[in-house]
Design a protein around this ligand. Structure first.
Ligand code: NAD
Ligand code: 6OD
Length: 484
């Protein structure tokens, strides 16, 4: 059986214990993973600190950027290996990993290499009280050792989204990928070696959260900052863990995202766009729309068209190019999603489609598939309308006025993303600007420009990453004031 190891100070190493890496499509064990104990996390943090004092710490921006492009080259060279590993770990359709996850990993390195090379800093000419002049300018320095903790839904994409800017700014990192999807982080270590990233700059520790590698990393005194993507309640636990050492944090957390569909929209584009927004990656994207508000006069037609889309999805084997719906990540996560399917009925929902588990004539019955599901008829106070489910499911509700739609969309403790569907440009701007979220799409969804601010309000996160926002988190500014 294959063993997925930790990567510390340029070497692939094992911890004391192992855990199983399970294929969500049929429940089989595909590899054993070496869990990093406190000792390995400590070694990784020290290796990272040491690397900052070596060649990496002396490199100029131009050479750092060149090496990040080489990392992207090395990912592209291993494109098929990354796709295969990501599909096996997550169960996502091969078509999705091929068009989204792996290309975005390479793009993350290329974009942040270019952003850091092109970035400048502001300066101010300042009048002194005695009528002389002073010049203020700031310089960027790395934060130091950055702990990177990531989830299982887009494992390589989300890990590289943080590692690339952290390295671009000259930091060294210790990454703790999700225990559900360890494979591509260790593969990335091979790409780092090939690209000439010095030993200790990129380290991988595998394991779980509490009492394991995740917690050891957040509490480690040699870790200067923590960047985390995952559930809001995990974010709260990490905030507590980092508070004694006052580490800077960047959090990208959960969502209960709304979409508003006006009757003047391009109907077909809205249905297609929202079918993606609800069901992509089996609904396991933090940006997915779990609440859809539709103007009453097109409500029935919209629900019926979305139902047809859901019923046409093909829950096949992940490696089949015709598959567009994979399983959920784990038995435990499926139980959570199914508990919401049961709860929706108890709360009085009308089940438009789905609500259960598909039956196959093969080993997929041992996997973690659920049916794509659409509900209507729930009150806005229902738990299924308020809580993040993170599966292929949405609730669709009608509205009669723009004000009502905006109020319902904003009635949440989360604040990650929203989408507005209308052909009235003025309304598009007006409604988008009223959304209490970090990201609003108009007539599209998950259309990314990596230079833009990305993050959430409320329970959805702290801070923004993307372009200069990432550079601002992953570096420390030192303002220098010179009296002239
Ligand atoms: P999770 O919070 O359970 O786990 C994420 C990571 O944190 C894993 O690596 C896990 O091992 C680690 N972890 C757990 N407890 C920890 C602790 N106490 N200390 C340190 N590390 C700990 O999240 P998940 O189930 O893997 O991912 C799904 C969640 O992530 C959803 O809520 C989703 O909305 C969110 N998410 C948000 C974004 C975003 O950009 N806002 C992106 C993707 C996923
Ligand atoms: O596109 C990105 O940069 C990003 N962070 C996406 C997050 C998706 C959540 O599952």
């Amino acid at each position: 059986m294959k063993l997925i190891q930790n990567y510390i100070d340029g070497r692939f190493v094992s911890g004391k214990r192992e855990f199983a890496d399970v294929n969500p499509a049929d429940g089989t064990v595909i590899a054993q993973v070496s869990e990093a104990g406190e000792k390995q996390v400590d070694e990784a943090a020290h290796a990272a600190r040491h690397a900052l004092r070596g060649e990496w710490g002396r490199l100029g921006v131009r050479e750092r950027a060149a090496r990040l492009h080489k990392v992207a080259d090395a990912i592209e060279k291993r494109f098929d290996c990354f796709v295969k590993a990501e599909v096996a770990d997550t169960g996502k359709p091969i078509s999705l990993a091929t068009r989204l996850d792996v290309p975005r990993a390479a793009a993350n390195f290329r974009v942040f290499a270019d952003v850091v090379k092109m970035s400048g800093l502001e300066s101010f000419q300042t009048e002194t009280p005695d009528g002389a002049n002073a010049l203020n300018y700031a310089v960027r320095k790395p934060l130091g050792v950055v702990g990177v903790i990531t989830p299982w839904n887009l494992p390589l994409l989300l890990l590289t989204w943080k590692v690339a800017p952290a390295l671009a700014c000259g930091n060294a990192v210790v990454v703790k990928p999700s225990e559900e999807t360890p494979a591509t982080a260790t593969l990335l270590a091979e790409a780092m070696q090939e690209a000439g990233i010095p030993s200790g700059v990129f380290n991988v520790v595998h394991g779980f959260g509490p009492g394991s590698a995740g917690e050891f990393l957040t509490q480690h005194p040699d870790v200067d900052a923590v960047t985390f993507t995952g559930e809001s309640k995990t974010g709260a636990a990490i905030m507590k863990a980092v508070s004694p050492t006052v580490k800077p944090i960047s959090f990208e957390l959960g969502g209960k995202n709304a979409a508003i569909v006006f009757a003047d929209c391009n109907f077909e584009e809205a249905v297609n766009g929202l079918a993606d927004a609800v069901f992509l990656n089996t609904g396991q994207v933090c940006l997915c729309a779990e609440r859809i508000y539709v103007e009453r006069r097109i409500f029935n037609a919209f629900v019926d068209s979305l139902r047809k889309k859901a019923e046409n999805l093909n829950p096949g084997w992940p490696n089949d190019v015709k598959t567009d719906q994979g399983p959920l990540i784990s038995a435990q996560h499926r139980e959570k999603v199914l508990s919401y399917y049961r709860l929706a009925r108890e709360e009085g929902a009308t089940v438009v489609t789905g609500g259960g588990v598909p039956k196959f004539g093969d080993d997929r019955n041992n996997g973690f598939y659920v049916q794509p599901t659409i509900y209507t008829g729930l009150p806005e106070s229902a738990r299924c309308v308020k809580e993040e489910i993170f599966g292929p499911v949405c609730h669709v509700a009608p509205f009669d006025s723009e004000e009502e739609a905006v109020a319902m969309a904003n009635d949440t403790k989360y604040g990650l993303a929203a989408s507005i569907w209308t052909n009235d440009l003025k309304r598009g701007h007006r409604v988008a600007q009223q959304m209490n979220v970090g990201i609003t799409w108009v007539n599209c969804w998950f259309l990314r420009d990596l230079r833009t601010p990305f993050g959430g309000a409320g329970l959805s996160g702290i801070g923004r990453e993307g372009g200069m926002h990432s550079l601002n988190f992953y570096s420390e500014l030192n303002n220098i004031c010179i009296r002239l």
